[in-house]
Ligand binder design. Structure first.
Ligand code: HEM
Length: 475
């Protein structure tokens, strides 16, 4: 009897330590000084508060979830998102601190479900030396020298190609047109595809189907968006693989990313394919919605439109032989200063990339709170860009605010630190040159009321239909 009691006590004792060990090794159970965790609630078991956080809302607001949580708990709060205990930050200083400490205190940490569709070698998933290496390839591909020497000319041709296709139309979907323009441009830069080739059109359709899988539930079942997206991914990779085979058997020198990475020779075929697909994704989705947002905001701000048109007319009229369709050179681009204000204001108010995914690599103390090691950390950019303590009248589209350099202090539309977007300048040139030709050739207004919504990508529900007015040279 006594030995049974002893045995039971021993088993209970061991069990206690085993359970305690498992609980502590789990990030949510690790012992913290709970007084110092940020305030907040963890929501439903396993699901947490993810569905409330991702509820569609107007892109020019931080959304109800953020508004309610900030007013209840402050700008730094805890919750449970994407399957993990999470610290959410709407605090501009913490956001900058997180971005600057990438690889030291924090690390990029996108949901693993996205790797199934974007690929395990996507730049969103690689860390350490592999990330540095892929980043250096992406930076070389989009260097300022290349932008000046030939990408600017390509951008100009693609902008005119799109705008000329509007000649006989009175109504267009600005969103669909912006998507075509940025897709064609990226496909040209990455693998020398021309917009008039049937394969480019086919690739674009497959790419749009692939894109839908990035934000859909990762259910690989017949009929699901995710299943269709995986099929499209396989089709696109097959096309790319064939291109790689053709190039390895030919001497023709293509000045594009595909040839550059193949010649460089440091990446495997799988890595090249994921990198290419990733750049297509990173460079297309963001710039197209930014351009659509600019067209939308300008339609609602006649003063900004007037100022913008006068800047671009000025750039053309000082030329010896002024021509509306001539390609702006790098000096012209640098003179588009109000245009840069319009782009900044569009990105501030429209918030194309609303937040990024990170995780804490160790316990981090900030403003009296502890962010526990292993927890997910979400710097939310839109909450800062739309914060009235950071920007005066934040809901107003007012490009002139960017004439004051201080506006940029907490402005992070392109992220920051070691993962700062490698396409910052390319995106700005793409938008600026398109706007240059657009305001010189057309006036426009919205056909019907339409607003940008967060799904979580920003999108116009009705595609932003605009009515065009062709301008004559005296306008
Ligand atoms: C308005 C347009 C754009 C916006 C708002 C934007 C925004 C961003 C943001 C916020 C990040 C940081 C992601 C993170 O830290 O987790 C990022 C990364 C990146 N972007 Fe962009 N982007 C834009 C255009 C482009 C373009 C045109 C390209 C060119 C292909 C591009 C390529 C990349 C790449 C390769 C990364 C990963 C950088 C790294 O991990 O080191 N982006 N972008």
């Amino acid at each position: 009897m006594e030995s049974t009691i002893l045995m039971t006590s021993f088993v209970a004792f061991v069990l206690f330590f085993v359970i305690r060990h498992i609980w502590r090794s789990n990030p949510i159970g690790r012992r913290h000084n709970t007084q110092r965790l940020p305030p907040g609630r963890m929501g439903w078991p396993l699901l947490g508060e993810t569905s409330s956080y991702l509820k569609p809302h107007l892109a020019t607001t931080p959304g109800r979830f953020m508004e309610q949580h900030i007013s209840r708990y402050g700008k730094i709060f805890k919750t449970h998102l994407f399957g993990h205990p999470t610290v959410v930050s709407a605090d501009p200083e913490l956001n900058n601190f997180i971005l600057q400490n990438e690889g030291r205190l924090f690390e990029c940490n996108y949901p693993s479900s996205m790797a199934g569709i974007l690929g395990q070698w996507s730049m969103l998933f690689v860390v350490g030396d592999m990330h540095k290496h892929m980043r250096s390839i992406a930076l070389k591909f989009m260097s300022n020298t290349k932008l000046r020497s030939h990408i600017l000319q390509e951008i100009h041709s693609h902008a005119l190609y799109t705008l000329k296709s509007w000649r006989d139309k009175q109504l267009v979907s600005a969103q669909a047109e912006a998507k075509k323009y940025t897709f064609n441009l990226m496909a040209r830069q990455i693998m020398s595809c021309n917009p008039w080739e049937p394969q480019t059109e086919y690739l674009m359709r497959e790419y749009f189907s692939f894109m839908k899988g990035v934000v859909s539930a990762p259910l690989n079942l017949p009929g699901t968006t995710y299943r269709r997206a995986l099929k499209s991914r396989a089709t696109i990779l097959e096309i790319l693989r064939k291109k790689m085979e053709e190039r390895s058997e030919s001497d023709i020198n293509h000045e594009d990313l595909l040839s550059t990475v193949m010649e460089e020779g440091s990446l495997s075929t799988e890595q090249i394919l994921d990198l290419i697909l990733n750049l297509l994704f990173a460079g297309h989705e963001t710039s197209s919605i930014a351009l659509t947002l600019a067209i939308y905001f300008l339609a609602g701000s006649p003063e900004s439109m007037k100022r913008l048109r006068s800047e671009h007319l000025g750039i053309v009229r000082v030329k010896e032989r002024p021509e509306m369709d001539s390609c702006p050179n790098w000096e012209d681009y640098k003179r588009m200063q109000f245009t840069q204000c319009v782009i900044n204001e569009t990105l501030r108010l429209g918030n194309v990339v609303r937040f990024v995914h990170r995780k804490a690599l160790q316990n981090v103390q900030f403003k009296g709170f502890e962010i526990p090691a292993g927890w997910k950390v979400l710097p939310v950019f839109d909450a800062v860009h739309l914060d009235s303590t950071v920007y005066e009248n934040p809901m107003e589209f007012y490009p002139w605010r960017w004439q004051n350099v201080e506006s940029g202090t907490y402005f992070t539309p392109f992220g920051g630190g070691p993962r700062l977007c490698t396409g910052v300048e390319l995106a700005k040139v793409e938008i600026a040159v398109f706007l240059h030709h657009l305001v010189l050739h057309y006036g426009w207004e919205l056909v019907e009321s339409d607003v940008p919504l967060v799904f979580p990508f920003v999108e116009f529900e009705k595609g932003l239909q605009i009515r065009l007015h062709l301008l004559d040279d005296n306008n």
